[in-house]
Design a protein around this ligand. Structure first.
Ligand code: COA
Ligand code: MG
Length: 293
């Protein structure tokens, strides 16, 4: 997944538009973009959309962002959507591996009730939305086999920290949010899951989005969330491996294949060891998923 587009689940129009947006994944939102009095309607909308969209060819991956475990709304959200078999649940305001185990148990029960295979529904967690969560970013490893990605958020965190802003005048994240971003990258790498960059809310600013996406890729993110369909093409372009990167990855893999058992090889006067091999394999897998290999 390179791009994950948020779609408020109470908007039939946006749900339909999301399907043709080119996003690798849609995040049907039951949380912050849905007013309390519309939660019930959004659950019904999400389930109906999941059932219909699952059947379409070349569909994006379908995630549902439920309300956080502290709201008392999560069970009703899961009861409504799990029988419609989303590919994953996005857990907002996650607080470390314990919250993932908690959600894992809730999912296991509902999968059994709906006759779905155990583990069919994956989890993507938003790992930095509370102050406590920052201190638990290293606890996701081995929490659940369902966990497939970590992302981060600056909006709820800045509210909790009592901050006046989360970006400077040039649009760069300020220190507490750069820390959250770094913890997300490290937490995801430690858990062996995909690191997904947060949203860029200034949705008419394509240049700013491109810059932030490139900085994310440079630092280890392999995807970014979007809030508007116009952001999808920019994000997909930035996170699609280039033909040069694919060719180089093939050379690294070929060099190791030509020297079985070698821990290190030389290519064009540069040293490549095992971590380079793993990186090359990961890049090829991403290129394959993006349809460019
Ligand atoms: N998914 C699908 N379609 C979307 C969309 C989205 N996230 N955002 C906008 N669209 C559609 C609009 O409905 C509109 O459709 P139309 O041409 O058929 O009328 C078209 O794209 C252009 O939208 P635009 O007029 O530029 O924006 P807007 O003012 O309608 O919407 C937002 C702006 C921010 C309200 C909207 O982008 C949105 O709802 N984003 C998602 C918010 C969200 O989920 N937040 C929670 C996570 S942070
Ligand atoms: Mg939020």
């Amino acid at each position: 997944m390179r791009s994950l587009l948020f779609v408020p689940a109470d908007s039939e129009k946006k749900l339909d538009k999301g399907l043709s947006s080119g996003a690798d994944a849609l995040i049907l939102d039951l949380e912050d973009s849905i007013a309390p009095e519309r939660k019930a309607q959004a659950r019904i909308g999400a389930a109906a959309f999941l059932r219909a969209a699952r059947a379409s060819a070349n569909r994006p991956r379908l995630l549902v962002r439920v309300n956080s475990l502290s709201t008392g709304l999560t069970d009703d959200d899961l009861d409504a959507v799990v029988p419609a078999q989303p590919d994953a649940i996005m857990l907002p305001k996650a607080e470390g591996g314990a919250s993932i185990m908690h959600l894992d148990a809730k999912l296991a029960v509902r999968e059994a009730q709906a006759n779905l295979p155990d583990g069919a529904v994956k989890i993507v967690a938003i790992a930095t939305e509370t102050a406590s969560a920052l201190f638990l970013a290293g606890s996701y490893r081995n929490a659940s086999l369902r966990l497939s990605g970590l992302t981060w958020g600056a909006e709820d965190l800045s509210a909790e920290l009592g901050a006046e802003a989360n970006r400077d005048r040039d649009g760069h994240f300020l220190d507490p949010y750069r820390l959250a971003r770094s913890l997300c990258i490290a937490g995801a790498a430690s858990a062996g899951v995909q690191a997904i960059d947060t949203v860029y809310v200034d949705f008419r600013n394509t240049e700013g989005l491109k810059r932030e996406s490139e900085e994310a890729r440079r630092d280890g993110f392999t995807a970014k969330m979007a809030i508007h369909p116009a952001q999808v093409a920019v994000i997909n372009a930035v996170f699609t491996p280039t033909s040069e990167q694919v060719a180089q990855a093939r050379r690294v893999i070929a060099a190791f294949a030509a020297s079985p058992g070698a821990g290190v090889v030389g290519i064009d006067g540069q040293m490549y060891d095992r971590p380079h091999l793993v990186r090359a394999q990961t890049l090829l897998a991403r290129a394959r998923a993006a349809g460019v290999e």
